[in-house]
Design a protein around this ligand. Structure first.
Ligand code: COA
Length: 440
């Protein structure tokens, strides 16, 4: 294969039909809805650009073509926790399966900064430039702020100048919800590339004096790049669920509009995670099995067709009671890495996916199920037919250099834009001020 072909193949994520870099307006394919496309959405009134095409709607699929994760370097073991709260390594291992977790020890490590690093790895894996991304969805339970969205901060950090960005709040189910949204955008023809990120710094909202919660959670981020493709497979079906009657079972009560921050909310620990562990355990065990069964039926698959289940990594016993016992899926078809990370909420499934790939547990043609549950209460599952080669591609020097330069430039550009805004607001008079002067 020539270099040119090698390059094109990787741009396609190894999928011949994936709409690759530079192909957005020139791929000869109309979007699935059969409307004119000029790469950035024409209105019914607008004139199609010269290169726009119109052909009958054709099949379109959402393939995962890039993946990556990042966790902070600081590790807290169960033995470390024994020094902080009244707990024992044996209790934590036997009740949860967790042995250690990574925590964001440096103030510079935030949900967005972890998300940026995971996102870059996903783009490197797919060999896609950040300016090709149409949409960034950040699922997070520990956003940097109520607003702006953590996704917007990630968009700025990646230099993804053509991307829309929003946060998705569905707690630990958020990553699977976000995958479903990404699939929807792609199948509708609204996006060619969607970056889906789960990013958490839960250690910042955990009460380190509460042994019933602080032993469970960890920090980290995982990302996948979802691309439009005409190769059958990819994200085949999704199931999303919610039961808000259980909202109080797992919550950060204060800091929103219901209980705004106050001296009292801080003094009573209202900004920390509160949980009824047993009730969540019962709920999770039930919905993990139900959601998996439902999504397989939607995808036209049976439990026997499944090659690998990647469940939300909250508690090994939940996974055993639901996926293994209720669904009778054998342990070798279930990926578990929670012993190393604890429950990283939205990041747990993408981190587990990356490690499953590294461990050789995913190969093209495999049928995967991602299934999660969390506060809300919420639950979600996706069935995926994996089609992308899993070997790390040989880096294309030129495009890698372009990406790295964009990342460097992103920080400088962001600072420059902030400076310009400051100058405008301080030096230049506002329109109202100019009008006032004219009236005098
Ligand atoms: N170390 C030692 N003892 C602990 C402890 C800890 N870290 N945390 C709780 N205990 C104690 C309790 O105080 C209780 O003592 P008691 O019997 O004297 O009252 C005892 O252990 C049993 O507590 P219980 O809550 O019944 O334990 P459990 O078997 O249900 O396990 C969880 C607790 C939290 C591990 C389990 O309920 C769970 O994983 N639930 C789901 C949580 C989850 O996944 N949340 C995230 C959803 S995304």
């Amino acid at each position: 294969m020539s270099n040119q072909n090698d390059q094109t193949d990787r741009e396609n994520g190894g999928l011949n039909g994936v709409h690759a870099e530079g192909e957005r307006s020139h791929n000869g394919h109309a979007p699935a809805n059969g409307v004119y496309e000029n790469g950035k959405g024409s209105t019914p009134d607008s004139q199609p650009r010269a290169e726009a095409t119109f052909t009958p709607a054709q099949a379109r699929y959402a393939q995962i073509v890039g993946w990556g994760y990042h966790v902070p370097s600081k590790v807290i073991t169960n033995a470390d926790l024994e020094q902080i709260v009244d707990t024992q390594d044996e209790w934590i291992r036997s009740r949860t399966g967790i042995e250690e977790r990574h925590v964001a020890a440096s103030p510079a490590e935030t949900s967005a900064s972890l998300g940026v690093l995971a996102g870059r790895k996903a783009l490197d894996m797919a060999d896609i430039h950040p300016n090709k991304i149409d949409l960034i969805i950040c699922a997070t339970s520990s956003p940097e702020h109520i607003f702006p969205s953590t996704a917007s901060i990630i968009q700025d950090g990646l230099g993804a100048s053509n991307a829309g960005a929003f946060d998705l709040s569905a707690a630990c189910s958020g990553f699977v919800y976000a995958l479903s949204m990404a699939r929807g955008h792609i199948l509708a023809g609204d996006a060619e590339y969607v970056l889906v990120i789960g990013a958490e710094t839960l250690s910042r909202i955990v009460d380190w004096t509460d042994r019933t919660t602080c032993v469970l959670f960890g920090d980290g981020a995982g990302a996948v790049l979802v691309a439009a493709s005409d190769v059958p497979g990819g994200i085949m079906a999704s199931v999303l669920g919610s039961d808000g009657s259980g909202a109080d079972l797992l919550t950060v009560p204060a800091g929103g509009s219901a209980i705004p921050a106050s001296l009292e909310s801080v003094n009573t620990g209202g900004h920390f995670i509160k949980m009824d562990g047993r009730a969540v355990f019962r709920f999770a065990t039930r919905v993990m099995a139900e959601a998996t069964t439902q999504v397989l039926a939607k995808a036209g698959l049976t439990v026997q067709d499944v090659d690998l289940v990647i469940p939300h990594q909250a508690n090994e016993r939940i996974i055993q009671n639901s996926v293994l016992k209720q669904l009778q899926i054998p342990a070798e078809k279930v990926f578990i890495n929670l012993q190393k990370y604890g429950n990283t909420s939205t990041a747990s499934i993408p981190i587990a996916l990356c490690e499953a790939i590294e461990a050789g547990r995913v190969k093209p043609g495999d049928k995967l199920v991602f299934v999660g549950f969390g506060a809300g209460l919420t639950w979600a599952a996706c069935a995926v037919e994996w089609r992308t080669p899993v070997e790390k591609p040989e880096a294309n020097w030129w495009r890698n250099t372009q990406r790295q330069a964009t990342y460097q430039a992103a920080a400088a550009r962001s600072m420059w834009k902030r400076a310009i805004r400051r100058v405008y607001s301080q030096v230049l008079p506002t329109r109202e001020e100019r009008w006032d002067k004219n009236e005098e």
